[in-house]
Write a protein that binds this ligand. Structure first.
Ligand code: IMP
Length: 185
């Protein structure tokens, strides 16, 4: 395992820039094939964490010849009191497109317990798209509580808190170009 030094903090690199780039290229191959006959693909980027993964993925799709994609953005958070999850999510920013009858690909940073994605699926489903699929950069199977089907998954990880490539700890480290294990400062 290599390390990545930023100022005085050293992170253990889990997935390097090259590993992420290669894996996204593979996913883009598969996604471009699956949607080649779709005229109405809407990619929904789940903010904030998926912004880097989504931007690299959609450019990889363009390089594979998949164009005419509409991009949309959505921001969600779970709500309830600070210690007990209400088992619900709050949509802070809703999508702007009408997705009725369209093919939707949700792009997420990480599926942890699966709460966010299972609820988000219901929210998107209520808008009557033709199809809904999910692409996620990361998945922590050991933390799974809510069943979520991930159609395109870049990497499975252990029960570790990770940062970088869009993922944060307390709002920081999203800008790291790789995924690293957060061990505290
Ligand atoms: P879930 O609803 O439990 O699946 O949680 C999903 C959300 O939790 C993700 O979109 C992230 O914002 C956050 N999250 C879960 N695990 C991590 C992690 O290891 N690093 C950073 N954010 C995480």
């Amino acid at each position: 395992m290599t390390s990545y030094q930023e100022a005085t903090i050293t992170f253990k690199t889990l997935f390097s820039e090259k590993m992420i780039e290669d894996r996204i290229d593979q996913l883009a191959d598969q996604i471009a094939k699956d949607y080649q006959s779709s005229d109405h693909l809407v990619i929904i980027c789940v903010l904030n964490g998926a912004f880097i993964f989504c931007s690299d993925l959609c450019r990889a799709l363009s390089r594979k010849g998949l164009n005419k994609i509409s991009m949309d953005f959505l921001s969600v958070s779970s709500y309830g009191d600070s210690t007990v999850s209400s088992g619900n999510i709050k949509v802070n920013l809703d999508i702007a497109n009408d997705i009725d009858g369209k093919d939707v690909l949700i792009v997420e940073d990480i599926v942890d317990t699966g709460l966010t994605m299972s609820k988000l699926f219901d929210t998107i489903h209520a808008k009557s798209p033709n199809s809904i699929k999910l692409a996620s950069l990361l998945y922590k199977p050991s933390r799974s509580e809510h069943k979520v089907k991930i159609d395109y998954l870049a990497f499975t990880i252990e029960d570790q808190f990770v940062i970088g490539y869009g993922l944060d700890y307390a709002g920081k480290y999203r800008e790291l170009p790789l995924v690293a294990i957060y061990d505290g400062e």
